[in-house]
Design a protein around this ligand. Structure first.
Ligand SMILES: Cc1cc2nc3c(=O)[nH]c(=O)nc-3n(C[C@H](O)[C@H](O)[C@H](O)COP(=O)(O)O)c2cc1C
Length: 397
C-alpha cells in the first residue's frame, strides 16, 4: 500500500495527479492539512504506559495504521519561515510511538530501537519557492536525517520541468555557516521556553534556576500560553534581545515552537538559541542549529549563537546535587551571554561534550546493553506503569 498524506493547508489536485503519475499503483490519500494536527505533549505514554499508542485521539492517531502498513508514505508539506511548517513538524513528532524508547548506538550516535520489522520509504514534497538555496538544503538535510533515524529510505519529489523523484543523500549538517556575533551587555533577555510538557519539564526546571540566578535580567515566557502569542509576536518587533530555549524534538524544534516562529517578522536586535536534548551527543542538535542560523538571517537579527546540551532526559531522576551539577553550567552560559553580550565559546564547547561517541564508549555501551544496564531507566518506568509486559507491542501490525 502507498499512502499520500497531504499536510498542506490548500489541496491541489494537479499535484496529486503529477505525483500519482510517478507510481503505477493508486494511492490511499489522507488529507490532514485542513485541521491542525495536535502537537506532541511529550507525555511519553506511547512508550511507557500504552506502548506503541499515542495518548492523543485525533485524526493523526487514526492514520497510524495507514502509516505502518504502507511500503511507501508520501508527505506533501508546506514550508514557512524557511523550514517545514508546524503542521508537518507535528506529523513527524507524532511518529515516535512507532519506535521504542530503548537505545542503540549507530555510527557514534544514539538511535531508538525499531518497534516494527520494517518501515515505509518516505517521500517528501515541499515547494522550494520562498526558500533560499541554503534554507532548501537545510530542509532537505533535516528530512534525510529524520528518515535515517526512522529507518526509512528518503526521497524527495522536486519540481523541475515535471515532478521528479530522487533519493536524498546523507550530508553533513550545514551548521557553522554563520559565526557567533556579540552585542552590548543585555539589560533584559526575553527567553521563550519551548517545552510542550505540562509537568516535569526539564526546560522548566533549568529556566527556574536561570530566573533565580539572573533575576530581572531575564523574562521567561512559556510558549504553552498560546493566548499571549499575538502580544509576544508584536513585542518581538521592538524587543532587543530574545532567546529561544527548547527541547530537541525529532531533530528539530517542538511543533508549537515552529508555529510561534512562523508569526515573527524581521526586526532589529539579537537572537540566540539554547537546545537541550535527551540523547547525550550534541551532534543530534546540529541540524536544528543549521536552521537557526538561517532563521537569524531571515529575521535580520544579530545571531549570538546556539548552545547545545545533551543527556538531559532523566535529569530529574538524579539526586539533587547531581542535578544541580548538571544545571549549573547551563545557567552560567546564559549568565555570560547576558553579562557580556556574547556566549563564551569555551563554556559552550564544554556543554556540548560529547559531540559523538568514540569507539571506546560504543564498546562499553554494547557491554552494558548486554548486561541489561542500558535500558533499565525505561524498564523501571514501564514496570511502575504495569506496562512492561506490553513494551514490545506492535499495535498497528
Ligand atoms: C516527541 C519527542 C521527540 C524527541 N526527539 C529527540 C531527538 O530527536 N533527539 C534527542 O536527543 N532527544 C529527543 N527527545 C528528548 C527530549 O529532547 C528530552 O527529553 C528533553 O529533555 C525534554 O525536555 P522538556 O522536559 O523540557 O520537554 C524527544 C522527546 C520527545 C517527546
Amino acid at each position: 500500500m502507498k499512502t499520500l498524506f497531504d499536510l498542506r493547508a490548500k489541496a491541489d489536485s494537479q499535484l496529486f495527479e503529477a505525483v500519482q503519475s510517478l507510481y503505477d499503483e493508486p494511492f490511499n490519500i489522507i488529507r490532514l492539512g485542513d485541521q491542525p494536527i495536535t502537537a506532541c505533549l511529550g507525555c511519553w505514554n506511547c512508550w511507557l504506559k500504552t506502548p506503541g499508542k499515542c495518548a492523543i485521539k485525533d485524526q493523526m492517531a487514526e492514520s497510524y495504521l495507514d502509516y505502518v502498513k504502507s511500503d511507501t508514505v508520501i508527505l506533501l508539506m508546506d514550508t514557512a519561515q524557511g523550514f517545514i511548517n508546524h503542521q508537518a513538524k507535528a506529523f513527524l513528532d507524532r511518529t515516535i510511538p512507532h519506535y521504542h524508547p530503548y537505545i542503540e548506538i549507530v555510527a557514534g550516535e544514539c538511535h531508538h530501537v525499531a518497534r516494527y520489522q520494517r518501515y515505509p520509504d518516505l517521500i517528501f514534497y515541499y515547494d522550494q519557492e520562498g526558500l533560499t538555496d541554503l534554507e532548501e538544503q537545510v530542509v532537505e538535510d533535516y528530512l534525510y536525517r529524520t528518515a535515517y533515524h526512522f529507518r526509512s529510505k528518503a526521497y524527495r519529489i522536486k519540481k523541475e520541468n515535471n515532478q521528479k523523484l530522487y533519493p536524498l543523500e546523507p550530508r553533513k549538517p550545514g551548521n557553522g555557516s554563520l559565526a557567533f556575533a556579540s552585542t552590548d551587555p543585555i539589560n533584559k533577555l526575553v527567553i521563550y521556553s519551548g517545552s510542550p510538557r505540562r509537568s516535569r519539564s526539564n526546560s522548566g526546571e533549568i529556566l527556574k534556576k536561570v530566573s533565580e540566578a539572573l533575576g530581572d535580567r531575564v523574562e521567561i515566557r512559556d510558549l504553552k500560553e498560546r493566548d499571549k502569542w499575538g502580544e509576544w509576536s508584536e513585542a518581538f518587533k521592538h524587543e532587543r534581545d530574545v532567546m529561544f530555549f527548547m527541547p530537541l524534538y525529532v531533530h528539530a524544534m517542538p511543533s508549537h515552537v515552529m508555529d510561534f516562529i512562523e508569526r515573527l517578522e524581521a526586526s532589529a536586535g539579537s537572537i540566540s538559541f539554547f537546545i537541550q536534548s535527551g540523547f547525550p551527543e550534541s551532534s543530534q542538535s546540529h541540524y536544528l542549529e543549521a536552521y537557526f542560523e538561517q532563521l537569524a538571517l531571515r529575521l535580520g537579527r544579530t545571531y549570538l549563537g546556539t548552545a547545545i546540551k545533551g543527556g538531559v532526559e532523566g535529569m530529574q531522576l538524579r539526586a539533587p546535587k547531581a542535578r544541580e551539577k548538571m544545571i549549573e553550567p547551563m545557567v552560567r552560559a546564559i549568565d555570560t551571554l547576558v553579562s557580556e553580550g556574547r556566549y563564551n565559546p569555551k563554556e559552550l564547547q564544554k556543554l556540548a561534550v560529547p559531540v559523538r561517541f568514540g569507539l571506546i564508549v560504543t564498546g562499553l555501551f554494547k557491554l552494558f546493553a548486554r548486561l541489561g544496564l542500558v535500558n533499565s531507566f525505561w524498564d523501571k518506568q514501564l514496570k511502575e506503569n504495569n506496562a512492561f509486559e506490553r513494551s514490545f507491542d506492535r499495535p498497528y501490525n
